[in-house]
Ligand binder design. Structure first.
Ligand code: BGC
Length: 527
C-alpha cells in the first residue's frame, strides 16, 4: 500500500467540541456523543477539516471530564464506546477527522490506581511525599494549584499527594515506567478505534523538577501563565512527546499530536513541535493578545518566526473552553461582535492551522450572569472571578425558547440567555449577513483559494492602526484604528466582515472591519 503524505494538519481548521455543551441526544440536559454524531453534517457544511472533542471518558466530572477515572471507556452521561466508534466512522465518511483529548498529567481521584494508592499499593504511580514541620503537618513544598490553594492534599496516613489542579486530580509520576507504558496502551486503544490524533492536556506538566524544589514566591501558576516554574516545561517532557510521535507515526493516516503547552518563551514553546515531537501547539500568545494592531502584528511575526525555526506550522486560536469568549473579551455588545467577526477573517487568512471554538461561528458572547448556584467550574473562587462556566453554556440550535434545540427536553445543564434566540444556528443559517454565514463563506474561500492555508505572508504598509498583508494575489486588511480608513487600494472583494465602501482611490474600511480581496497581482503587491 502506498500512502501519500497530505500533511493535512499544516493548514487544517479544527473545530473544538466541548462535549457537555454541544448537542444533547438523550434529553438529560448534558451534551453527548450521539448528539455530536447527529450534528456532524452541520460541521461538514461549516467547512472545517476536523473536530477536537474534549474528554468524554468515564469521569466523576470534578473538572468537566478532565478528571478521568477510566481512559478506555465513555462516561455513561456521554454515551458508550459504540457511540464513539460510530461517531468516528460517520465523521470519516463526511471527510472530517477526529482528535481526542488525552489527559496524561493527572487522573481522577476515583481512578482505580489512585484508589489503590490511597490504600498503600503502588503509591509510586503518583507523587506522594511526607509533609514538612514537626509532625509533617505542612505541605512538602510551596507549590500552588492552578485552581488556587496549595497543590498538596494530606491523606489519612499522613502523607501528602500532589495535584497541580483540583484535589480530585492527583498528578501522575511520569518517572515511573508503568505510567509511561499505560499511556502508550491508552493511545493505542483510541488509535485502533480510528482517532486521527490527540490534543494533549497540560503537555508541559508531566515531568517535575528533580527533588520538587520550592518556587519561593506566591501567587504562582495561572492556567494561562508564562512563568518559569519547577512543575511546568521541564526538559524531560520532550522525551515523552518524542516517544508518542514514534507511536503516532507507526499508524497509517498521518495521526497527529497537539500540545496544550505553556512555555515562558516562544523558543521553548517551539521545542514541542520539533520535527520528531508533536505536530502542533496551541498559540495562546495569540489568544491572549488585545485587539490592538501593534500587539497583534508583533505576536503574528513572533509566531511565524518561531514556528519557522523548527519547520512547524503556526496555529491560531481566539477562544476555547478555558477563557472568556472573544466577543466579550474584545469589548462585548455590538463592538465586541464587530471585532470578533473581523478577528475571524484575520485568523483564517493567516498561514497555518486555525482552531474554532464551538459557538464562535455564531458570535456567541460569554454568559456573565449565570446564577451562582449553577456554577460548576473548580477554578471559580481561585481569584479568577466566576470561573469558566460562562464560555461553556450549551449551544443554541433552533427555536425561540431555551434550550433552543440543544436537546429533546427542556433541560440544559447551564441556562442560555433568552437573547440567544437571534443567535441560533437555524436563525443564522437563514441570514446571509450572520456570523455563521461569514464563517461558512470564509472557510469555503479558504479551502478553494490556493494562496490560503499553509505558506507565508507579506506585510504591506497600510494606514496607522491597520494590518494589511498579501499572500500571492490574495490580500487581507483589518482596521483596528477606531476610525474609518482609506486603504488607497482596490480590487475584487472576496469577503468582508461588515459593510465596506469605496471612494475614488479604493476601499474605505469602517472601524473594526476586515476585508479579503483579490489584488489581481500574483507577485504579492497590494495594488
Ligand atoms: C484544560 C482545562 C483543565 C485543565 C486540567 C487544561 O488544560 O483545558 O479545562 O481544567 O487542563 O486538566
Amino acid at each position: 500500500m502506498t500512502t501519500t503524505l497530505t500533511r493535512w494538519w499544516r493548514d487544517a481548521v479544527i473545530y473544538q467540541v466541548y462535549v457537555r455543551s454541544f448537542a444533547d441526544a438523550n434529553g438529560d440536559g448534558v451534551g453527548d456523543l450521539p448528539g455530536i454524531r447527529s450534528r456532524l453534517p452541520y460541521l461538514a457544511e461549516l467547512g472545517v477539516d476536523a473536530l477536537w472533542i474534549t474528554p468524554f471518558y468515564t469521569s466523576p466530572m470534578a473538572d468537566g471530564g478532565y478528571d478521568v477515572a477510566d481512559y478506555r471507556d465513555v462516561d455513561p452521561s456521554f454515551g458508550t464506546l459504540q457511540d464513539a466508534a460510530g461517531l468516528i466512522g460517520d465523521a470519516h465518511r463526511l471527510g472530517l477527522r477526529v482528535i481526542a483529548d488525552v489527559v496524561p498529567n493527572h487522573t481522577s481521584d476515583r481512578h482505580p490506581w489512585f484508589q489503590k494508592a490511597l490504600g498503600g499499593t503502588d503509591r509510586d504511580r503518583y507523587l506522594f511525599r511526607p509533609g514538612r514541620g514537626a509532625d509533617g503537618e505542612l505541605p512538602p513544598n510551596d507549590w500552588e494549584s492552578v485552581f488556587g490553594g496549595p497543590a498538596w492534599t494530606r491523606v489519612e496516613d499522613g502523607e501528602w499527594y500532589l495535584h497541580l489542579f483540583a484535589k480530585e486530580q492527583p498528578d501522575l509520576n511520569w518517572d515511573n515506567p508503568a505510567v509511561r507504558a499505560e499511556f502508550e496502551e491508552i493511545l493505542r486503544f483510541w488509535l485502533d478505534l480510528g482517532v486521527d490524533g490527540f490534543r494533549i492536556d497540560v503537555a508541559h506538566g508531566m515531568v517535575k523538577a528533580e527533588g520538587l524544589p520550592d518556587v519561593g514566591y506566591t501567587p504562582q501558576a495561572k492556567l494561562l501563565g508564562r512563568a518559569e516554574l519547577p512543575y511546568f516545561d521541564q526538559d524531560g517532557v520532550h522525551e515523552i512527546h518524542r516517544s508518542w510521535r514514534r507511536l503516532l507515526d507507526s499508524y497509517p493516516g498521518e495521526r497527529i499530536g497537539v500540545a496544550e503547552a505553556w512555555a515562558p518563551t516562544e523558543a521553548r514553546l517551539a521545542a514541542y513541535v520539533r520535527p520528531d515531537e508533536l505536530h502542533q501547539a496551541f498559540n495562546f500568545h495569540y489568544l491572549t493578545s488585545a485587539w490592538d494592531a501593534e500587539e497583534l502584528r508583533t505576536v503574528i511575526d513572533e509566531s511565524l518566526e518561531t514556528a519557522d525555526l523548527v519547520g512547524a506550522p503556526t496555529t491560531w486560536v481566539l477562544s476555547n473552553h478555558d477563557v472568556q469568549r472573544h466577543v466579550t473579551r474584545y469589548g462585548g455588545g455590538e463592538t465586541g461582535l464587530r471585532r470578533a467577526r473581523a478577528a475571524a477573517l484575520l485568523m483564517l487568512a493567516l498561514p497555518g492551522s486555525a482552531y474554532v471554538y464551538q459557538g464562535e461561528e455564531l458570535g456567541l458572547p460569554e454568559v456573565l450572569d449565570l446564577p451562582e448556584e449553577l456554577l460548576q467550574d473548580p477554578q471559580r473562587g481561585s481569584g479568577e472571578g466566576r470561573g469558566r462556566d460562562g464560555c461553556r453554556v450549551p449551544l443554541p440550535w433552533s427555536g425561540s425558547e431555551p434550550p433552543f434545540g440543544f436537546g429533546p427536553s427542556e433541560l440544559s445543564w447551564l441556562p442560555q440567555p433568552e437573547g440567544w434566540r437571534d443567535l441560533t444556528v437555524a436563525a443564522e443559517a437563514a441570514d446571509p449577513a450572520s456570523t455563521l454565514s461569514l464563517y461558512r463563506d470564509a472557510l469555503r474561500i479558504r479551502r478553494a483559494h490556493p494562496a490560503l492555508g499553509d505558506g507565508d505572508l507579506h506585510w504591506t504598509t497600510g494606514p496607522d492602526g491597520t494590518l494589511v498583508f498579501t499572500r500571492g494575489d490574495f490580500a487581507c486588511a483589518v482596521n483596528l484604528s477606531g476610525e474609518p480608513v482609506n486603504l488607497g487600494v482596490d480590487g475584487e472583494v472576496l469577503l468582508a466582515s461588515g459593510p465596506i465602501q469605496r471612494d475614488g482611490s479604493g476601499f474605505v474600511l469602517p472601524p473594526d472591519t476586515a476585508l479579503w480581496w483579490q489584488t489581481g497581482n500574483p507577485s504579492g503587491e497590494a495594488q
